[in-house]
Design a binder for this molecule. Sequence first.
Ligand code: GSH
Length: 235
Amino acid sequence: MAATTDYEHDPKGQELTAPYLKLYTVDSPNGRKISIFLELLKKDYTLPFEINYRFLDFSTGEHKQPWYLDINPNGKIPTISEVDSEGSRTVLFETGAILQYLAFKYDTEKKYHYGPTDGKNFVDQLQWLTYVIASLDSCQFNFVFFSMFAPEKNPAVIEYFIDTSKRVYSVLDSRLKTNHGWLVGDKLNIADIAAFCWVRSGPRFGIDLTAYPDLDAWVQRIEKIDVVAKALEIK
Ligand SMILES: N[C@@H](CCC(=O)N[C@@H](CS)C(=O)NCC(=O)O)C(=O)O
């Protein structure tokens, strides 16, 4: 297909040639969940699209501009815009939805996910992925906001979110212990990728990972995966 100008009316959009997948992102835990997974898929499969990373500038509020709110009304990253060779476009936001969409569509050999025919592992994946997005993400995001960005620092609120984060870390640590090293099944999968992106940044927010030995070992193991290490450098 011929080169097409940007479907999203992105003022900084380049001319892209379909098929492509454009990831609107920033260098943050939520953004990294998707870039790591895309790079893993790219290593293992011949993907039917080129990946285009578009880093938004939060300091100028690009993520709150009308053109971006048209594709992500919540005004957050990440969002994917996938255009196939016929020019048909799929837009998706929310990391849990994006990870499952990419997994079900492109991880055809189920290297990084469990499908509906995989019994308990599929059920566990639904549960742990949802837990990570609903509990880990929100308490850590709130902790970061209230301790670093809120105009007024309220110690009780900050303490609440650090305590809640630590409780979630304990839950994940116990799960890794009983499930022998992965949150789900016996391989790196989309629930583990989602959790990893927040947990590895715990020390930056004052959480000592050595207090959670299984979580600590799991972070180090995932960070050593070549593709993951390279994906973490995409900025
Ligand atoms: N539940 C969303 C959370 C996304 C999110 O919180 N993204 C942050 C960056 S890590 C963001 O865009 N923050 C900008 C803002 O809140 O204005 C998801 O899983 O995609």
